[in-house]
Design a protein around this ligand. Structure first.
Ligand code: SF4
Ligand code: SF4
Length: 444
C-alpha cells in the first residue's frame, strides 16, 4: 500500500508524457508540411539572435511596463521549474524534499528565492489580468481576440496564479509540519513569503495539515503536467517555440524580397540562359501561396511561435487606419489552418482534398491587399515573426495564378512588364521632361 502514491504518480507521468509526445510529434509534422527553405547558414549570428531576442527578451523591452512584468513570469518559468525536478524525483522515489538533506542550508535559500519568484509571478499575472479585462488595452480587444483567444489568454494567467498559490500553500503547511513531524518533513529554515500564510493553517490538526500539504503537492505537479499539454494547444506554445523561431530568423535586411525561384528559372529558360537547376522540374510548382503547404516550414513555425500579443497589429498602419488587415490575425489564421489540415491528414485524408485553403477560407483578399509592405509588424514582433512574408506570398498567388489583383494594380503590373516602370510612358520618353526643360527660355 505504501507504494500506491508512487504507482499513481508514475501512471500520471506516463499518461502525460504519452499525450505530450503525441502532440509534439503532430506539431512537428504540421510544420514540416511547409516547403523547404535553407536557414542553416550564419550559425554564430543565429545563436546571437536567439540569445538576445528569445533568451534576453531584447525586443520586449521596447514597451517597459509589460516587459517588466513579463520578465518575472519568464524568469519564474525558467527557474521555478528547477523545483519541478525535485517534485518528479520525489514522486518517483516516494521521498519528500529529496534535495533538502543534500543541500543543507543552501536548500532554504533556494526555496526562499523560488518563493520570491512565485510571488512576483503571482503579481505579474494579476497585473496582466487587470490590463486585459479591466483596463482593456486596445490590442487585446481587436476582433480576432474574441472567443477562444481571449479565454486562452485569461486561462493561462489564472492557472499560473493558482499554481503559484499551491506552492506557497504547500510551503506554509510544510513549515508547520516540520515542527510536528520531523520525519519526513525536513527543516528548511524560515520560508519568508509562505510564512505569511501560516496563520491560515495554524491550529489545524497534524492529519489535516498533512492532507492540505499533500493536496497542494499533487495539485501543483498534476497542474504542471496538465499545463504542459494545454500549452501545446495554446498561444503559450511560444514559451518553447520562441527559441527555435528566433534561431531560424530571417537575417536578411528587412524589405529585401527574394526572387521567386520558379519564375527566375522560367525566365532563364525563355531567354535561353542556363538554369542553376540540373533539370527543369517535372511539374512547375504553384506561384505564391494559396494554402499552408505552399508556405515554407519557417512560415508555419512562425505561426506556432506567435504569442498573440498584438504588437504587430498595434504598429500596422493599415490596421490603425481602419483597414481589415491585422498581421496578428494572419499568424493566427495560418496556425488554425495548419492545425485543421494536419488533423485532416492525421485522420487519413488524402493530401489536397479537404476542399479548404488558407486564402479564401481564413484570410481574404481584402486583408492582404491592405498591406503597405512597410515591415512595421516584423520590426515590432518580440519573437522575430514575419507576417509580411506570408502576405506577399499570397499576393503573388493572387496576381500570378488568378490575375485577381485590383484593376489599378494590374495596370501597374503590365506597365512594369512593358515599360519597366509603373507608369504608362515608354522608356524612350522617360527623359522627355528633362529635354523640355532644356528648351524652356531662361529667365536669366
Ligand atoms: S507590412 Fe503590412 S501587415 Fe505589416 S505592418 Fe506594414 S502594412 Fe501592416
Ligand atoms: S506576430 Fe509577433 S507581434 Fe504579432 S501577435 Fe504574434 S508574436 Fe505578437
Amino acid at each position: 500500500m505504501t507504494y500506491l502514491p508512487q504507482i499513481a504518480f508514475l501512471a500520471i507521468l506516463a499518461v502525460a508524457g504519452f499525450m505530450l509526445f503525441g502532440r509534439i510529434r503532430q506539431i512537428r509534422k504540421n510544420i514540416l508540411l511547409g516547403r523547404s527553405i535553407d536557414r542553416s547558414d550564419r550559425k554564430s549570428e543565429r545563436w546571437k539572435t536567439m540569445l538576445l531576442v528569445a533568451f534576453g527578451q531584447r525586443k520586449m523591452f521596447k514597451r517597459f511596463i509589460p516587459a517588466f512584468f513579463h520578465f518575472f513570469i519568464y524568469a519564474g518559468f525558467l527557474i521555478i521549474n528547477l523545483e519541478v525536478l525535485e517534485f518528479v524525483l520525489d514522486g518517483i522515489l516516494g521521498t519528500h524534499r529529496l534535495f533538502a538533506p543534500l543541500l543543507g542550508s543552501i536548500y532554504g535559500v533556494a526555496i526562499n528565492f523560488f518563493e520570491f519568484l512565485a510571488l512576483a509571478v503571482l503579481v505579474a499575472c494579476v497585473v496582466f489580468l487587470i490590463r486585459r479585462n479591466i483596463l482593456r488595452v486596445p490590442r487585446f480587444t481587436k476582433p480576432e481576440m474574441k472567443g477562444w483567444p481571449a479565454l486562452d489568454g485569461n486561462l493561462i494567467l489564472v492557472i499560473e496564479s493558482i499554481l503559484m498559490l499551491a506552492i506557497l500553500t504547500m510551503n506554509a503547511t510544510d513549515q508547520l509540519l516540520q515542527e510536528q513531524m520531523p520525519e519526513p518533513y525536513h527543516q528548511t529554515g524560515n520560508l519568508y513569503i509562505s510564512s505569511v500564510l501560516i496563520p491560515l493553517f495554524d491550529g489545524m490538526s497534524t492529519g489535516t495539515l498533512v492532507v492540505v500539504e499533500r493536496f497542494a503537492w499533487w495539485f501543483h505537479i498534476i497542474g504542471i503536467l496538465a499545463f504542459a499539454i494545454y500549452v501545446t494547444y495554446s498561444k503559450h506554445l511560444h514559451i518553447f517555440m520562441a527559441f527555435p523561431n528566433t534561431w531560424y530568423s530571417n537575417l536578411n535586411a528587412k524589405g529585401k524580397f527574394e526572387n521567386m525561384e520558379t519564375v527566375t528559372n522560367e525566365v532563364k529558360m525563355m531567354l535561353g540562359i542556363q538554369s542553376d537547376q540540373a533539370a527543369p522540374p517535372a511539374e512547375v510548382g504553384r506561384f505564391g501561396a494559396k494554402d499552408v503547404v505552399d508556405l515554407s516550414w519557417k512560415n508555419l513555425m512562425d505561426a506556432y511561435a506567435c504569442t498573440e500579443c498584438g504588437r504587430c497589429t498595434s504598429e500596422c498602419p493599415a490596421n490603425i487606419t481602419g483597414k481589415k488587415l491585422s498581421p496578428r490575425k494572419i499568424m493566427m489564421d495560418t496556425r488554425d489552418r495548419v492545425e485543421e489540415y494536419g488533423s485532416f491528414l492525421a485522420k487519413g485524408g488524402e493530401p489536397g482534398t479537404d476542399g479548404k485553403s488558407l486564402l479564401g477560407d481564413h484570410i481574404s483578399k481584402e486583408e492582404i491587399n491592405a498591406c503597405t509592405t512597410c515591415n512595421a509588424c516584423t520590426e515590432a514582433c518580440p519573437v522575430n515573426i514575419d507576417p509580411l512574408n506570408i502576405i506577399v506570398q499570397m499576393r503573388q498567388y493572387v496576381a500570378m495564378e488568378e490575375s485577381g489583383s485590383p484593376a489599378s494594380w494590374n495596370t501597374m503590373f503590365s506597365n512594369i512588364e512593358n515599360n519597366f516602370a509603373p507608369w504608362k510612358f515608354p522608356p524612350s520618353d522617360r527623359f522627355k521632361w528633362a529635354d523640355e526643360l532644356k528648351q524652356e527660355p531662361s529667365n536669366d
